[in-house]
Design a protein around this ligand. Sequence first.
Ligand SMILES: C[S@@+](CC[C@H](N)C(=O)[O-])C[C@H]1O[C@@H](n2cnc3c(N)ncnc32)[C@H](O)[C@@H]1O
Length: 242
Amino acid sequence: MTDHFDTIADIYNKVWYFSQNYQTTMLENIIELLQLGNADVLADLGGGTGTYTRLLLEKARIGKAYCIEPSRGMYLEAKKIPSIESICADAEAFMNLDLTFTKVLLKEVVHHIPNREALWRYLFAKLPDQGRVLIVTRPYDIALPLFEAAKQAFRQKQPKHETLIRELESSGFEVSFRLHPYQFSLDKPVWFNMIRQRFMSDLAGFTDEEIEAGLLEIDQQNPVNDIRIPDNIIYLSAWVKK
Ligand SMILES: C[S@@+](CC[C@H](N)C(=O)[O-])C[C@H]1O[C@@H](n2cnc3c(N)ncnc32)[C@H](O)[C@@H]1O
């Protein structure tokens, strides 16, 4: 899957932007739920191009922030940001790095991690009392206007939030859940361009012809030019109470 992110690394920030308001709301939710402050060291696991790592560092005035990212292309983009420390590693390799941190963010990455329970156990053992993990993800029944086969590809990889809660609690964490329904709209050509660029990794397995057929399907269901995007975001907070 890192291959897919290598291919879109240089355009990732453009195709995954949505809007200023989307980004600001997301940052505010993350800062609140991770209770980020200047005494914290943040590990942004699967931090991609480091955009959110940097914005969180600046907005929450965090002491230090790591962007841990396995795709070399994405990592090289993140490495251009001097204020954060970028490391090319996946979640598994991260566990062998022996870094010290107080807060961990997994934003739109949990579905890529094969051995989650080992990671939760590692994080629980490694974090200090009141240390926190925040998973930002989407519901299994994704509401984004994708074509049916793409939604199916998404569901094949996406863990249900109930499963994640169970895993985290079994590893010793206290857990809370927040669903943030966020609705906005985009011009149809902008949304279609994001899909053609395969902005979501679930789109990577479709040929150009399948993508075009999928866009036709979306077009028929959304005849107006302004396409409504209901993006329901799940925030799962897990914290250590020793
Ligand atoms: C949708 S992107 C999210 C990037 C960033 N967190 C953000 O929200 O902008 C998913 C990221 O997870 C990374 N990833 C894939 N497999 C991973 C793994 N096993 N461990 C850590 N990160 C992984 C990908 O390389 C990619 O950069």
